[in-house]
Design a protein around this ligand. Structure first.
Ligand code: NI
Length: 250
């Protein structure tokens, strides 16, 4: 069930049965010369929708931009400042909590969002209580990174070893190839696989990674592997979601 394809009366009926909702969140940023700018969003949205189908849960509109300030020197990046992302999450949660949702399960496709999401949750728990929204004390948020699922991580290490990398990794590139097989033909092979390097200024980041990968080799990706990653992530995150939704608020 996709929220944007439901009517408000259907949402009202759903809330009588469940107060859980899945929120995909990704990013819009470079993924090397071979990966799509929407890689993190495509993975999060597709996997979140799979979890929604498997668990009969509403999936909210995808948050397709993230905290990607260090990517700003690459054309095509759209980066939210941490404060903007915190306020966006807070407004999402406030709107949905007013309607009666209390369990918020963020299927995340981008490691750079994690710290800001945690800050947003801390602010929102306090904010919702101050607003005296009914059930505010029952609100719980969970981050579910598809790429750190045990089953996904294990397979990525088996397939790619140390070349799974940190960004535009073959695992996430494989998932985008599964969803959009027509993109494979435009993906050149990277000339050089670089080592991971700390993030500093936007220009230093671009200089470092314009012509080499960030500890990865996306040329190892295949759409067949992407389908396996998708199935593993949907299965594991569905189990995590069901455990989350059935856990009583402490
Ligand atoms: Ni990514």
């Amino acid at each position: 069930m996709l929220l944007h394809l439901m009517t408000w009366t259907e949402v009202e009926e759903y809330l009588k049965v469940s107060q859980g909702i899945i929120l995909p969140i990704g990013s819009t940023e470079q993924h090397g010369q071979t990966g799509l700018i929407g890689t993190d969003t495509i993975c999060a949205e597709g996997i979140a929708r799979g979890v929604g189908e498997m668990t009969n849960t509403v999936v909210a509109p995808t948050i397709n931009v993230g905290m990607a300030l260090h990517q700003a020197a690459f054309p095509g990046a759209i980066a939210l400042r941490p404060n903007t992302l915190i306020e966006l999450i807070q407004d999402y949660l406030t709107s949905l909590a007013r309607a009666g949702f209390t369990k918020f399960f963020f299927v995340n496709g981008y490691g750079g969002n994690v710290a800001t999401l945690r800050a947003a949750f801390a602010e929102s728990y306090s904010y919702l209580t101050d607003l005296h929204i009914p059930n505010a004390e029952k609100v719980e948020c969970r981050i579910a990174n598809w790429f750190t699922c045990n089953s996904v991580y294990k397979l990525a290490k088996e397939l790619y070893g140390s070349l799974e990398g940190y960004q535009a990794a073959p695992g996430e590139v494989a998932v985008t190839q599964y969803f959009y097989p027509e993109i494979i033909s435009k993906m050149p092979v990277m000339a050089e696989v670089g080592l991971p390097y700390p993030v500093y200024s936007t220009t230093r980041f671009r200089d470092r990674y314009s012509h080499r990968g960030r500890g990865y080799d996306p040329a190892m990706a295949t759409p067949e592997d992407g389908k396996i990653f998708y199935d593993l992530a949907v299965q594991e995150l569905s189990e995590v979601y069901l455990e989350f939704i059935h856990s009583a608020a402490a």
